[in-house]
Design a binder for this molecule. Structure first.
Ligand code: ME8
Length: 596
């Protein structure tokens, strides 16, 4: 049923206000498109492409919550770019070579490839089941990757940046990392034996002395320093960029980039010297180029590369990797987005402590969207966060079930919306001249939702997704407050004025929900789809350019007005019960999510 649009007789003041709002709206549209260009910097000048990667994960053990977190962040940024109309590519995958994997396969009594394939599949299944929409899944055991590593090595070799030398020093197999004496300390192993450990990771180190190939890392110190100084956003957040600059204050020793074949068989042989195996980190980092097409035709994607990494692998990505790339004459990544870690009970997740969070189990417990929302809402890139199931339950119940779900439920309930449509907006009832029924707070709410896309964009772009979700959540609360304030369920729908006002309240709320649903798509894709489908918003009406909010308020037509709602697929997000709720308070735990 199409609602008739009210014909309004304009007073001069109303007309002036109408014109002012139109100008404001046009300015906001311009501002938004200008922001697309600015935020994506030079992407806009050449072409709108985006390439995002996660670390490739070791296959020595099953995936845990931290791995899912990195993938969820990258997925969110990829979906965000798609929403903005970019051509976006998103790569994840597994790191399958090296001593650590060789030893894990031996311990499992399997050949390394069979072992790697099994664990790699587990990662892939996790990502697929959690809606991680990667466009490429790379395994370092693939032929295309071996070719890329060999080519990359040859380029460095031909430029004289690799030489045969001898390495003597500490090595951590768990971290696959060489350490200087100042990075090593004393500790006791579980049997009480004195051992040397990496001060950063706590993993055991061993003294090694080997003849192998060295990369002239020392030659790149000042170029790395200049890169960081000239590109303040190269490593984000800033504290990690400062940490890298701090490392660069000290001498950079040359880096061993191969291991003797007798010790490490599981890896890519050094081109021209089968007695040596390429160092696993050099091998692994090249995966980002392999996916871009290296060595042929990689330019289009490589020039728009962004990496998401955990803070534990900052040195490899912000020192070694850019030095390798500079050496090979390739552009550096646009940005390295670093995130901190999830702890459990305030401690690092580890098998020996038995506190590793299984992402399969927890995404089943809290739903895919639930776990995605929690990780992105609570995860702060700058500092570590603690994970507890109780915190997840409370947050999801408050923000998804009660606040957002409750709002949708109210505005689509037959009592308030008997025609099951996007009802008509009445300009007189919502006028700002004090003669309508809208209060000053309502106009403030409209202004807040109108500026929400710009706020959210700023935070998504800087990977502060929690701030974007905080802003959305604050607006949802304001919209709930608006509905509560006017209590449309108390209005008499038989009275024409009351009915128009009630419809206007619902129209405004549905418009708010449309904006929230559109902006939440990168974070909770399934739930946003259900929300927008329920509102009757079609698939091609869910992008960045569809974020014009409450057009009727500005005197222009609203394409949704009068449109039937989509079918009701039940609660947007069902309240999560605490495992002990029934025992503690049987009545309370049965309460449904609806707000009154
Ligand atoms: O380092 N919290 O692989 P990896 C948050 N193969 N994120 C965490 C985390 C936690 N507690 N624990 C791990 C490797 N991560 C190399 C990478 S890339 C060329 C090679 C995430 O399996 C975080 O992204 O040890 C971290 O950097 C990554 O998993 C390490 O995964």
């Amino acid at each position: 049923m199409k609602f008739p649009v009210l014909t309004v007789t304009w007073s001069c003041r109303a007309f002036r206000r109408f014109q002012q709002r139109r100008v404001l709206l046009a300015e906001q549209r311009l501002w938004r498109s200008a922001l697309i260009c600015r935020s994506s910097s030079h992407l806009c000048r050449d072409y709108r492409s985006f390439y995002i990667t996660t670390p490739i994960f070791y296959v020595n053990a099953s995936p845990h919550l931290g791995h899912l977190y990195s993938a969820v962040i990258a997925d969110c940024l990829h979906r965000w770019k798609l929403l903005q109309g970019f051509d976006s590519r998103f790569a994840t995958g597994t790191d399958e070579h090296g001593l650590k994997i060789q030893q894990a396969a031996e311990a499992a009594g399997k050949d390394p490839l069979t072992f790697s394939t099994e664990v790699s599949e587990r990662f892939k299944n996790l990502f697929s089941s959690c809606n991680i929409s990667f466009t490429d899944y790379i395994r370092t055991t693939e032929q295309r990757h071996r070719r890329a590593v060999e080519h990359f090595w040859s380029v460095l070799w031909n430029k004289g940046l690799i030489y045969k030398g001898s390495y003597e020093g500490w090595y951590s197999t768990q971290d696959e990392s060489f350490l200087t004496p100042s990075q090593v300390g004393d500790a006791l192993d579980p049997s009480g034996k004195a051992v040397k450990v990496s001060l950063e990771s706590g993993h055991k180190v061993e003294w090694m002395k080997e003849e192998n190939y060295m990369f002239r890392l020392s030659a790149f110190r000042s170029r790395l320093h200049d890169w960081l100084v000239e590109n303040p956003g190269a490593v984000q957040p800033e504290r990690f960029q400062l940490a890298v600059l701090q490392w660069l204050q000290e001498e950079l020793p040359d880096l061993s980039v191969s291991r003797q074949r007798s010790r490490l068989q599981w890896g890519v042989p050094v081109p021209g010297d089968p007695e040596q195996t390429v160092y696993v980190w050099l091998d692994a980092l090249v995966n980002y180029l392999t996916v871009a097409g290296y060595p042929d035709g990689h330019e289009q994607w490589w020039r728009v590369a962004h990496h998401v990494i955990g803070k534990d692998i900052l040195k490899f990505h912000a020192v070694y990797w850019p030095a390798f790339l500079l050496g090979a004459g390739l552009p550096l990544p646009r940005a390295i987005h670093v995130h901190s870690h999830w702890t459990v009970g305030g401690r690092k997740m580890s098998k020996s402590l038995g506190n590793v969070v299984d992402p399969f189990e927890h995404s089943r417990m809290f739903t895919n969207d639930g776990i995605r929302y929690f990780l992105l809402r609570q995860g702060v890139p700058d500092s570590d966060c603690d994970y507890t199931p109780d915190k997840v339950r409370k947050l999801l119940n408050a923000e998804l079930a009660d606040s957002l779900g409750g709002l949708l439920n109210r505005c689509t309930a037959p009592a308030l919306n008997p025609a099951q449509v996007y009802p008509a907006f009445c300009c007189q009832a919502f006028s700002g001249d004090g003669r309508g029924r809208a209060a000053a707070e309502d106009h403030r709410m409209v202004a807040a939702v109108r500026s929400l896309p710009t706020v959210v964009e700023k935070h998504y772009e800087s990977m502060h997704v929690y701030k974007a979700l905080e802003a959305i959540s604050a607006c949802v609360r304001q919209t709930n407050g608006f509905v509560q304030r006017h209590a449309p369920w108390k209005l008499d729908r038989r009275d024409a004025k009351d009915r128009r006002w009630s419809d206007t309240i619902v129209h405004v709320s549905l418009e708010c929900l449309r904006i929230y649903g559109t902006l939440l798509q990168p974070v909770v894709p399934e739930m946003s789809d259900r929300l927008l489908t329920r509102l009757g918003v079609r698939a091609h009406e869910r992008s960045w350019k569809d974020l014009d909010f409450l057009q009727r308020y500005d005197g222009t037509d609203c394409p949704f007005e009068g449109r039937p709602l989509g079918s009701d697929s039940g609660l947007l997000f069902s309240r999560l019960e605490s495992p002990n709720a029934d025992k503690r308070n049987p009545k309370k735990s049965k309460k449904p999510a609806h707000l009154k």
